[in-house]
Design a protein around this ligand. Structure first.
Ligand code: C5P
Length: 411
């Protein structure tokens, strides 16, 4: 049993800035989550933000007095903007109102939060901005111009989301939810090993229909594959996830295609494969399917004899992708879920599937769990990634893949 992993924002010190907007109510939940993720948080609020939520609330949740004024005499040097920005690993402004974004775009500094954003050492303290406003304000060319300017200046713009707005209208401009902002922040701290790359991942089990209500399947939960998809997206890749039937949320920024059977997974993957640089096959694809699925539910006939049905082999998706012509073939990674002799089976699979890397894990020990242990087997040898959370292992695996990856030849 592995120890609980360190929280994702352990040892991080954040400045959370609030400007004026009804989405300030979400920032209370956000600060709680950031603290739960292990961060220390210094909240800074504009005067307008104090109209929507009190500094008392934010102080109680962050465990630190909130900064609201650049003239705050509590700082011995009277330079709250310098002190707070020098300590911070990142500044997150959530909510960022249209007015506050305009200020940032112009480099104005007439109150503490904008002053602090301008004064931060930008090369080591990134600025993340979560816009929150009415849809017309968001769509206005002035706002779009300002947001483009922020991006050009190096800020990371998170969202906005779309949906019902406090004003009763529906559209773009909602601040992302607290959990989504936390995920974005965690991702922003991950090394960008796969920036500019694209990754195709299969995950989960497949269901092979026996009749309309029964199927052949397996215990795969999809958690490892979803963690690989998330880790690849965090590392800067464009990620497509082809998922068998699982009940897992889609990692942020990942395009997901749901399938049920091995043949559907095959038919989804094959046209996508040439458009991706890397293919990671984590799915536990059923090896066989009933040759003929019953049109109606098979019934007991009273004879005491169970029905029989013939099985046929499913297409091997990984082996098919690995046999694509070199100029269409992504760099392929296979998984081997075994119950014994992990390295021998994994090495055997490396040859049989013709792929540069096989990742072995003990299937029965990991199915459905949040932790795992991996062994990487390639032509050069073996490397163990010891027991850890699936997400931590997926991040380590992505780094290993990035180190081994070789681009395919140009057509
Ligand atoms: O042959 P075996 O099922 O043991 O190989 C496992 C690896 O091959 C995994 O990466 C799995 O996703 C992939 N696979 C596949 N299509 C199949 C069977 C396995 O892509 N039909």
């Amino acid at each position: 049993m592995s120890q609980a992993p360190p929280p994702d924002l352990q040892d991080k010190h954040l400045v959370l800035g609030l400007s004026g907007g009804i989405a300030c109510y979400k920032s209370a939940e956000l600060v709680r989550l950031l603290v739960q993720f292990g961060a220390t948080v210094q909240v800074v609020m504009t005067e307008a933000a104090c109209q929507f939520i009190t500094p008392v609330t934010m102080q109680a949740l962050s465990g630190r007095p909130v900064l609201v004024s650049q003239w705050d005499e509590r700082a011995p040097n009277n330079m709250a903007h310098i002190n707070a920005s020098r300590e911070a690993d990142a500044v997150l402004v959530a909510p960022a109102s249209a007015d506050f974004i305009a200020k940032l775009a112009q480099g104005r500094a007439d109150e503490l939060l904008s002053l602090l954003c301008l004064a931060r050492p930008s090369e080591r303290c990134p600025l993340l901005v979560a816009p929150a406003m009415n849809r017309e304000m968001w769509a206005h060319p002035a706002t779009q111009r300002n947001v483009a300017q922020l991006r050009a200046d190096g800020a990371l713009v998170l969202g906005p989301g779309s949906g019902d707005q406090a004003c009763g209208e529906v559209g773009d401009g909602r601040m992302l939810e607290a959990a989504e902002l936390c995920d974005e922040l965690v991702a922003s701290f991950q090394p960008k090993h796969l920036a500019g790359r694209s990754v195709l991942v299969t995950a989960g089990p497949t269901f092979e229909a026996i009749d309309p209500v029964r199927c052949i399947t397996n215990h795969s939960s999809g958690k490892m594959g979803f963690a690989v998809a998330r880790a690849a997206a965090e590392a800067g890749a464009r990620v497509t996830l082809v998922a068998g039937p699982v009940h897992l949320p889609t990692p942020r920024g990942v395009r997901r295609i749901d399938v049920t059977s091995a043949r559907q997974m095959h038919d989804a993957v094959l046209p996508l494969a040439p458009g991706h640089d890397i293919f990671v096959a984590t799915a536990a694809v059923a090896d066989w399917r009933p040759l003929q699925a019953g049109e109606h539910k098979l019934k007991k006939d009273g004879s005491g004899r169970p029905p029989t049905f013939e099985l046929t082999e499913n297409p091997d998706i990984l082996a098919t992708v690995a046999r694509l012509p070199a100029e269409q073939r992504p760099w392929c990674v296979g998984f081997a879920a075994e119950s014994e002799n992990l390295v021998r089976h994994a090495r055997d699979k490396l040859q049989r599937k013709g792929v540069p890397l096989i990742v072995g894990n003990l299937g029965p020990a990991t199915f459905g769990r949040d932790d795992n242990a991996l062994v990487l087997v390639d032509a050069a040898g073996e490397r163990e990634l010891p027991a850890a959370s699936k997400l931590a292992l997926a991040r380590a695996l992505v780094a290993e893949i990035a180190a081994r990856y070789r681009p395919r030849p140009n057509p």
